[in-house]
Write a protein that binds this ligand. Sequence first.
Ligand SMILES: Nc1ncnc2c1ncn2[C@@H]1O[C@H](COP(=O)(O)OP(=O)(O)O)[C@@H](O)[C@H]1O
Ligand SMILES: [Mg+2]
Length: 307
Amino acid sequence: MNINIENLTKSYGGQRAVDNISFKVNTGEILGFLGPNGAGKTTTMKMITQFIELEEGDIRINGSSIKSGFDKKHIGYLPEHNPLYTDMAVMDYLGFCAGLQGVPKSQIKERAVQMVKLCGLDVEKHKKINELSKGYRQRVGLAQAMIHDPEILILDEPTTGLDPNQIVEIRELIKKMGRQKTVILSTHILPEVEATCDRILIINKGKIVADGTASTLRKQAEGQQILQVKIEGTESNLIADGLRALGDVKEVTIKDMNTNRFEIQSMPEAKTNTSIFNLCVQKNWILTEMIPYETKLEDIFRDLTVN
Ligand SMILES: Nc1ncnc2c1ncn2[C@@H]1O[C@H](COP(=O)(O)OP(=O)(O)O)[C@@H](O)[C@H]1O
Ligand SMILES: [Mg+2]
């Protein structure tokens, strides 16, 4: 099922929590919704899952507006704080959720068993939820979201509270599910989106500030080459002056006066490797390191969301 978000807006008081955003997600796609706290991720997800009403704009699923009564059973939702009935045992809770989601009575037990296996809850399945660790509760939340085999999965910060091993397992699980389903997950953790998502949408202050794959976002930011170099032969100040005088060099920063390390930023679209090398040969300096600085997703994220 594809989801089409069109000019979606939601305000709280005078504040626009979601400010005129539009995007599309297709079947088989895992879309990562990335943004700092308060960016509007949860609010957007609540509108898609119809927990809160739309204010302006529309959400179309397979072409039809959710305003005209979209059947919620196609959607599985893991809410941000993962509310659970903690007095219930895992199997009972999952059975209860399956019933609420309209799974036929004859299939409820089987579905609960499948989910318990899929989410790695087999050992814990007879325990009460309040006896489980946070990571296992999160798995119960995921199992609950998928119990009725929905075509759309909306997961709000799915790996919160998990340990590193669990994070890897849950990511694999989401990826596996994502092959047949339409998945939107939110996170403020960068490696998360890179590891799990096909596409990344960065949201800040209610607005979309970037939309692309990890590599296209990186390419956008890589218009400018940054090199880290180490040059020996004379004082760092003299070397820095020499480097600054080269064409196509925009900025030279001395990173370490003692070891003569520099960071060299090129003019947009220019490369300075050859001219730096030639300068060293000409001056009889020794170039011992030249490392291209790889733009990290962290840098892009900070660039787009810090202001
Ligand atoms: N029920 C609410 N009442 C008032 N303000 C809210 C409410 N829910 C969210 N907000 C505000 O809307 C903004 C976006 O929140 P949210 O969607 O939860 O962001 P995120 O999930 O990206 O952290 C925040 O500034 C938040 O304080
Ligand atoms: Mg949130």
